[in-house]
Design a protein around this ligand. Structure first.
Ligand code: 5GP
Ligand code: MG
Ligand code: MG
Length: 179
């Protein structure tokens, strides 16, 4: 697996440090509230797990699975709900936890959906942001790292369902895609 990585973009230590900072910011922002934290599967699962451990206000958690990419590296623009939430969101302060925002299509769809279900507020924390890929105008409320327009893997992010368990963020060697 490590042999397929061309370059480590963000180390495990850098990620852990940034996640702590985001946790502190969110703990301040949600002081006195009991947000519903929604993990967007599968990519955000490792970030979610690390993040909730450094949030000091009581949170509830739910999980949602959407798919927009399949096994390719570019967005199809079609968002499909694979697994919906288990709990109602009306009246709740919702925090969406995303792995990465590229085109913004997945997220704009999710925000719209949760607003239509009458959430009291909808905010977004994303660990990675690729502003160069945006096709809809959208910004996260909290962002871990702004990264260049490259396809990254690791720390939950996959290529064809692999590499999610790398503890760092890397770029794949070009020959991996042509396999
Ligand atoms: P968007 O709808 O913003 O274009 O894409 C959002 C989703 O596409 C992310 O949640 C992630 O699953 C996938 N994605 C976008 N960019 C990358 C990337 O650089 N690497 C990986 N592994 N997935 C990405
Ligand atoms: Mg995602
Ligand atoms: Mg993926």
């Amino acid at each position: 697996m490590q042999n397929d990585i061309q370059e480590i973009l963000i180390s495990e230590e850098e990620i852990q440090q940034r996640v702590k900072e985001l946790g502190a910011k969110l703990s301040d922002a949600y002081e006195g509230r009991n947000p519903l934290v929604i993990c967007v599967l599968k990519g955000a699962f490792i970030f979610m797990a690390d993040l909730v451990k450094v949030i000091t206000v009581p949170v509830e958690m739910d999980f949602m699975a959407v798919s927009s990419y399949g096994a390719t590296t570019k967005s199809s623009g079609v968002v499909k709900i694979i697994k919906d939430l288990d709990v109602p969101v009306d009246g709740r302060h919702v925090l969406i936890v995303e792995d990465i925002i590229d085109s913004g299509l997945t997220l704009s769809y999710l925000i719209e959906l949760l607003r239509n279900r009458n959430a009291a507020s909808v905010s977004v924390v994303t660990l990675f942001d690729k502003p160069a890929g945006r096709t809809v105008s959208l910004e996260a409320d909290y962002t871990g790292f702004v990264i260049p327009d490259e396809f990254i893997v690791g720390y939950g992010l996959d290529y064809a369902e692999k590499y999610r368990n790398l503890p760092y963020i890397g770029v794949l060697k070009p020959e991996v895609y042509s396999k």
